[in-house]
Design a protein. Structure first.
Length: 155
């Protein structure tokens, strides 16, 4: 799979639309280039997509029962099921304000989502605490998908 190169900090930073298809792109982080999956199709006219996908579950191909270190560093394949990594999420969200979009699909193909105005992940010293606020809309409802203001735990 070929990766496209973006000289940006995340998928939304390329808002001008230099790319128009969802896929794997390389972004630049403080630690160097990283491959991420950019979703440019989710959302409507007011949203315009350009989401940096940090968690993708589709068919159970990737085992998500992992140790802490795997969740810290990330695992899987950005073209399929993957977890981008807690440390990278912290690095991406610590300086800028990010929105969070959670897309859900059931076994019959029904799709719903939840959109939040603000999303960040704390540092490792803070337990990679998830901070989410400002529920906007989506058929998933506000409380169906996420646990907020909790430190990350893998069980």
């Amino acid at each position: 799979m070929r990766s496209n190169f973006l000289c940006t900090k995340d998928c939304s930073d390329n808002y001008a639309g230099e790319y128009s298809t969802s896929g794997v792109y390389t972004i630049i982080t403080a630690d160097g280039p990283v491959q991420v999956y950019c979703d440019v199709e989710s959302g409507g006219q007011n949203d315009r997509g350009h989401w940096t996908v940090f968690l993708r579950r589709m068919d159970g191909e990737v085992n998500f029962f992992r140790r802490w270190e795997s969740y810290k560093k990330g695992f899987g394949n950005t073209t399929g099921e993957h977890w981008l990594g807690l440390e990278l999420l912290h690095q991406l969200t610590r300086k800028d304000q990010y929105k969070l979009r959670v897309d859900l699909e059931d076994f019959e193909g029904k799709k719903v989502y939840a959109l939040y105005k603000s999303f960040s992940v704390g540092s490792e010293a803070d337990g990679y605490k998830l901070q989410v606020s400002g529920f906007v809309n989506g058929g998933a409802g506000e409380t169906n998908c996420c646990h907020f203001n909790f430190q990350f735990m893998n069980i």
